[in-house]
Design a protein around this ligand. Structure first.
Ligand code: MTE
Length: 297
């Protein structure tokens, strides 16, 4: 069912009911088996409310205000949807999304999500590992990076009529980052199809990186041997590097990255320390062994 802005999620799945279901699954041990849920002892990952996750968004194709995506993204058509997969792969082609998703096991992963603007959320995503898709199309040995591209459709995306931004939005990962089991292609959240404002019908989620790496509404994936351009790096190279790993020790030129405001946790009680690699250091720090993260920011 496509997301309709006039249909409130609580009309579909009462949030309390969803949480009960989640707790039941956790009781059965299924969630605990997920590597994504390794938590620091001081923090329990209590999901941010659906209301907050779907009303405080960055999706500049629909405008610059946090409320613009919720107000305007309902106009985006997400069916049919296909993804063109090309470059250094064995089976390039234009794949219908339904076919791509059909063979995948959709899992729930509750991830911290940390924006470079120093706010954060905890999101219960539904999705499958990007590695599963890449393995299916066959990554050639010479590939070193993965490039992603968002839909370009100015007639449905009013922000794209603004020529000051280099549309379409593009992002990239190193191949080892893309193949990491924490890296998801998400097709939903809170057990429902992805709301348009969160990047329907399919978006990237890389939980140890700042939120801007998590590109929305993907239409193209290209395997390359060159580091691909990324939108924020093109716009402001001194502020946004290719890696964009969450790092409390390396400040953004205009903001401290040492702490973050947890959205929905109250104006005064919601400030928490930012964790190295957003709390996923045990799983991902080894990817960057030998790199100076102040240089490769
Ligand atoms: N993807 C596209 N196509 N366009 C965007 O403007 N914004 C990025 C990222 N992906 C963005 C995007 C930024 S800056 C953030 S913080 C996250 O999406 C926000 O994701 P959310 O709205 O689901 O919280």
């Amino acid at each position: 069912m496509p997301f309709k802005p006039d249909l409130h999620w609580s009309d579909v799945t009462p949030e309390a009911l969803f949480l009960n279901r989640r707790q039941l699954i956790a009781g059965a041990g299924a969630l605990l088996a997920s590597p994504a849920l390794a938590e620091t002892p001081s923090e329990t990952l209590e999901p941010t409310s659906l209301e907050d996750i779907t009303s405080h968004n960055n999706f500049y194709e629909f405008g610059w205000d946090k409320g613009d995506p919720a107000a305007k993204a309902g106009a985006m058509t997400t069916k049919p949807w296909s993804i063109e997969i090309g470059g250094l792969v064995d089976k390039p082609g234009t794949y219908d999304l339904d076919d791509l998703v059909k063979g995948q096991t959709i899992e729930e992963r509750i991830y911290r999500f940390r924006c470079v603007e120093a706010w954060s959320m905890v999101v219960p995503w539904n999705g499958f590992e990007l590695a599963a898709l890449l393995n299916r199309v066959g990554v050639q040995p010479s590939a070193r990076y993965v490039a992603f591209e968002t839909l370009l459709r100015p007639e449905e995306m009013p922000g794209q009529r603004d020529g000051s931004f280099p549309w379409p939005y593009v992002e990239g990962l190193r191949l080892d980052e893309a193949m990491h089991p924490l890296t998801l292609l998400a097709t939903g959240l809170y057990g429902q199809p992805m709301p348009n404002q969160n990047g329907a019908p399919i978006r990237l989620v890389v939980p140890w990186k700042y939120g801007f790496k998590s590109i929305k509404s993907i239409v193209r994936i290209t395997l390359t041997d060159q580091q691909p351009p990324t939108t924020w790096n093109i716009l402001q190279p001194s502020e946004y590097g290719f890696y964009a790993n969450v790092n409390p020790a390396v400040d953004h030129p205009r903001w401290s990255q040492a702490s973050e405001r947890r959205i929905g946790a109250g104006l005064f009680g919601g400030r928490v320390d930012t964790l190295m690699f957003n709390g996923y250091a045990d799983q991902v720090a080894s990817l960057y062994a030998g790199q100076d993260l102040a240089v490769d920011f």
